[in-house]
Design a binder for this molecule. Structure first.
Ligand code: GDP
Ligand code: MG
Length: 314
């Protein structure tokens, strides 16, 4: 995971360390060891590396100025542990990006009135249906009852796919005919859940390009009619900046509350999570780390940043 970005961050740390060591010998106490001009070149390289690693431009700018601020003019501390200080500066700057809202999913589900209506949105093939199955499994594991709503009435085969997951997990799917109004499916699933005292409805919607006006209107209708407690945007880490643009668009049209980022296991770049968290200011709930039902980790900014700064392969 994230091999490229991790290597670039390590190179940056080494370059700065070297500069400090070279200059440190010739400098009197109290004098600035690193000036802006010492940092320009390495920071430019770091900037390029971040951009190449799918970190969005606005985020890169914020990160670079954060790191610069941390590093310029630190004189005394340098003698202690240069590498540690550089890493610390990058770590702080990265963590700052995630300073949006937080959301504890378990607690959210525990404390909401039942049934809780959770609608999943995103483009095709990113892992929505798989993530729904993973979330269902997680909820079942913590003692909740779950109903699935097959509100992807657009793609042939969508209902069969979700039915297979439901049968593996031993839960019910509410479905209508192909081409039916997806808002009605979610509405019915909520009705069923109320009548049968189920805790959570997980609604799978048709994958849609954020540019498809019709499908986006349908999504709006689902939200207007069924008033979800939570709208979760799903996208894949490997999509990079496309995912960021899509997250913004879905947020604009229906208002997303949180994201799930899938396929982190096959992402070498590592920047998408940083970009999505920053550009939507919404929490990332989970990371998808494989195709199995158990392959989903709660998102933790510190964990991600530590992976990016770790020396070892993860
Ligand atoms: N490697 C990997 N594959 C995933 C992950 N999540 C989903 N997939 C795969 O991505 C493909 C599309 O997933 P699907 O749930 O059908 O996407 P949807 O169209 O958004 O509903 C399937 O082959 C999934 O097994 C993940 O976290 N890691
Ligand atoms: Mg699907």
């Amino acid at each position: 995971m994230f091999d490229k970005l991790r290597k670039k961050l390590r190179d940056f740390t080494k370059t700065i360390e070297k500069k400090v060591t070279e200059k440190g010998k010739a400098i009197l106490e109290g004098e600035k060891i690193l000036a802006d001009k010492d940092l320009n070149e390495p920071l430019e390289e770091l900037e390029t590396a971040l951009l190449e690693s799918d970190v969005a431009l606005s985020v890169v700018e914020e990160l670079i100025s954060g790191v610069r601020e941390e590093l310029v003019g630190k004189s005394k501390k340098w003698s202690v542990d240069t590498g540690g200080l550089v890493k610390g500066a990058i770590r702080d700057a990265l963590l700052n990006v995630f300073h949006g809202e937080k959301l504890d999913f378990e607690e959210f589900v525990n404390t909401r009135d039942k049934p809780v209506n959770i609608v999943f949105v995103g483009v095709n093939g990113t892992g929505k249906t798989t993530s729904i199955a993973k979330v269902a499994k997680k909820l079942l594991g913590s003692g909740h009852s779950v109903v699935l709503a097959s509100a992807d009435t657009y793609r042939a085969g969508a209902t069969e796919q979700i039915e297979e997951h439901a049968s593996n997990l031993g839960i019910k799917v509410i479905k209508h005919q192909y081409g039916a109004d997806p808002a009605a499916v979610v509405y019915d699933a909520m009705k069923y859940a109320k009548a049968n005292r189920k805790d959570v409805v997980l609604a799978d919607t048709a994958g849609r390009m954020h540019t498809s006006i019709n499908l986006m209107e349908q999504l709006k209708k689902i939200c207007r009619v069924t008033k979800p407690d939570l709208v979760i945007f799903v996208d894949e880490a490997v999509a990079g900046n496309d995912a960021v643009e899509r997250a913004k668009k879905f947020d604009e049209v229906v208002g997303i509350d949180a994201s799930i980022l899938t396929k982190v296991d096959i992402d070498v770049k590592g920047g998408t999570a940083i970009s999505i968290a920053h550009s939507t200011s919404k929490p990332i709930l989970f990371l998808g780390t494989g195709q199995g039902y158990e392959d989903m980790e709660p998102f933790n900014a510190e964990w991600l940043v530590d992976q990016l700064l770790s020396e070892k392969e993860v």
